[in-house]
Design a protein. Structure first.
Lengths: 111, 111
């Protein structure tokens, strides 16, 4: 069974600082890893999807890295803004295209 | 092109009642998955439908059942509601085993 852990569970940073969010998974036989953003009580917005053949993926101020052998992924958010305040979820597929999620990193960016 | 749409957005029920949640997949998608997200937790896989059949199921009791219609839309039914069923229910669609797209969810409160 795939277990996904996200550390830290919650963090607050002043505006302008870089954010580093960590995700670990127990079964390294994955074919991709996805990072999502979730605002309170809302659905999931896909931020980045990294294929197992890639080591990183970038979109604007977001960069995600993947190290399959060590079972880790890191999401970097550069120059954080108050609008980045949200919960960030890491997910990996298992079985037949179903996702195992971590509990999320709850981020507050202080103006 | 509409994305994944879910209805209703919010629902309040009492213990013992039954509830039906609805999902319309993104255009061109034929596979629908349902997830339950309790407060402060990551989403948990309930089941997945393809070609009007339940293809795989997570660790949820038989009180949770579903259906997929010929137009690929889907329903999630929960019988004999418990307080612990209070959660955000998320629907995701995909074209076969491709990337999942999530709806905005239905917030269910059981009193």
């Amino acid at each position: 069974k795939q277990e996904v852990t996200q550390i830290p569970a919650a963090l607050s940073v002043p505006e302008g600082e870089n954010l580093v969010l960590n995700c670990s998974f127990t079964d390294s036989a994955i074919y991709n890893l996805q990072w999502f953003r979730q605002d309170p009580g809302k659905g999931l917005t896909s931020l980045l999807l990294i294929q197992s053949s890639q080591r990183e993926q970038t979109s604007g101020r977001l960069n995600a890295s993947l190290d399959k052998s060590s079972g880790r992924s890191t999401l970097y958010i550069a120059a954080s803004q108050p609008g980045d305040s949200a919960t960030y979820l890491c997910a990996v597929p298992y079985g037949n295209n179903r996702l195992a999620f971590g509990k999320g990193n709850q981020v507050v960016v202080i103006p | 092109d509409a994305g994944v749409t879910q209805s209703p957005t919010h629902l309040i029920k009492t213990r013992g009642q039954q509830v039906t949640l609805r999902c319309s997949p993104k255009s061109g998608h034929d596979t629908v998955s349902w997830y339950q997200q309790a407060l402060g937790q990551g989403p948990q896989f309930i089941f997945q439908y393809y070609e009007e059949e339940e293809r795989q199921r997570g660790n949820f009791p038989d009180r949770f059942s579903g259906h997929q219609f010929p137009n690929y839309s889907s329903e999630l039914n929960v019988n004999a509601l418990l307080l612990g069923d209070s959660a955000l229910y998320l629907c995701a669609s995909s074209a076969g085993q491709t990337k999942l797209f999530f709806g905005s969810g239905t917030q269910l409160s059981v009193l």
